[in-house]
Design a protein around this ligand. Structure first.
Ligand code: ADP
Ligand code: MG
Length: 393
């Protein structure tokens, strides 16, 4: 041992230095790789969760925090099914992947977040293999598809509407001209010197019914061939007031009292007032029809800084609330379908037309069905862009 030669010693020293440099380089490379993978994980749109072979969370990226509303610090180190007790579909996916050693996917996994919100996610669970191929855990990648499903439904509905609309327009045009003729003929009969006044009861029925059919045809045409929206900055309080001015007398005559709760600071929207009048006329008419014996009607406006219905944009909201029977839950999904009506003389077009107009404004209609204690319909409209707020000359 004592006779290590000077030469060997020098070589060993060199070797040691080389190793030290290699280790330092490796460490740097490792740190860079870790930083890169952390960057990657935190910049991913998809939520990524890694669990150990026994299902303990070892990684929870920022997108997972955002999607599931659970912080990484409170998730890491706990069992997955303890962090998300109401995500059975995802738990099963992980168990299957770990047991079979391969990937599993579920494109529509429902889950309830710890804050109570329901979300639908598209999920893929895959195996994280060690250097020797042994499973070191599983990776779960999640993407929120709730919003996508809503969009798909909107698209499906607008397709349906377009087809129905074309048909309706065809029928309406066919019916319109004969109606004009029938009404004119009835009036002509009444004016004939030989007309027996006792028959006026019948000509009266003809004229009334023709007028009713005409109103339906007008509705159908409004629905089937809507006019393009002419946008201008306007104030929703004022639009509501104008509508109430038109409808006010009829409401009062029907024993309906109107309470107004306006937000005086409501920012302007970009809208087409005549078309918005049509929306509120329909909502007011429905509210009145829901209270045939009279009652209290409330119109209210409010500002919503973060509207979930408008993808987090700011909105002006106008609500029409009645004190009628409300809408039974099983009826809610059909309300906005054209021709859906529960009224003997209804057309079922009021809400379909209103929704179309509001959607043309980039807005949405929300229903609080309030079965048993009055329905509320809320029209949610995006605000005018800041530039539109500037006073024009
Ligand atoms: P219509 O009024 O011609 O029936 P709408 O499209 O305006 O057509 O309304 C469709 C249906 O929605 C109504 O027949 C009714 O069943 C329901 N509805 C609408 N508004 C209300 C309301 N305020 N309260 C209870 N039900 C309502
Ligand atoms: Mg109606």
């Amino acid at each position: 041992m004592g006779d290590v030669r000077q030469e060997d010693f020098a070589r060993l020293k060199l070797e040691r230095d080389r190793l030290a440099r290699a280790v330092a380089e490796l460490q740097a490379a490792l740190a860079a790789a870790r930083a890169q993978h952390e960057d990657l994980l935190s910049s991913l749109q998809d939520a990524v969760i890694v669990v150990s072979p026994v299902g303990v969370v070892v990684l929870w990226n920022p997108a997972a925090e955002e999607l599931l509303k659970v912080s990484a610090s409170s998730a890491v180190g706990k069992a997955f099914d303890q962090v998300l007790p109401q995500a059975e579909a995802l738990g099963e996916l992980l168990v299957k992947a770990l047991a079979a050693g391969r990937s599993y996917a579920d494109f529509e996994a429902p889950l309830v977040r710890p804050d109570g919100a329901r979300v639908t996610v598209s999920a893929v669970a895959s195996i994280l293999a060690g250097a020797g191929g042994e499973p070191r855990g599983a990776v779960l990648a999640l993407r929120d598809v709730s919003r996508l499903r809503e969009l798909e439904e909107t698209l499906r509905r607008s397709d349906r509407l377009a087809a129905l609309g074309q048909m309706a327009a065809g029928v309406a045009h066919e019916v319109r001209n004969p109606l004009v003729g029938i009404r004119a003929a009835a009036q002509f009969l009444e004016g004939d010197p030989a007309f027996t006044p006792g028959l006026r009861e019948y000509t009266g029925v003809i004229i009334r019914e023709v007028d009713r059919l005409n109103a339906i045809v007008e509705d159908l045409l409004a629905f089937a061939s809507p006019k393009p929206v002419q946008f201008a900055p306007c104030n929703l309080n004022q639009v509501l007031e104008e509508t109430l001015a038109v409808k006010g007398a009829a409401l009062a005559a029907a024993g309906i009292t109107v309470a107004r709760i306006y937000d005086p600071q409501l920012p302007p929207i970009l809208g087409d007032p005549p078309r918005l009048h049509q929306v509120f006329l329909n909502l007011l008419r429905n509210a009145a029809e829901a209270m045939p014996g009279g009652g209290a009607l409330t119109v209210r406006t409010r500002f919503e800084r973060l509207s979930a219905r408008l993808g987090g944009r700011a909105a002006a909201v106008a609500e029409v609330a009645d004190a009628g029977p409300g809408v039974p839950p099983d009826r809610v999904p059909h309300l906005f379908n054209p021709f859906f009506t529960t009224k003997p003389r209804g057309t079922g077009l009021g809400l379909a037309i209103s929704l179309r107009i509001v959607e043309d404004h980039g807005g949405a209609i929300e229903v609080a069905p309030g079965a048993g204690r009055g329905a509320t319909f809320a029209v949610v409209l995006p605000l005018a862009p800041a530039a539109g707020e500037a006073p024009d000359g």
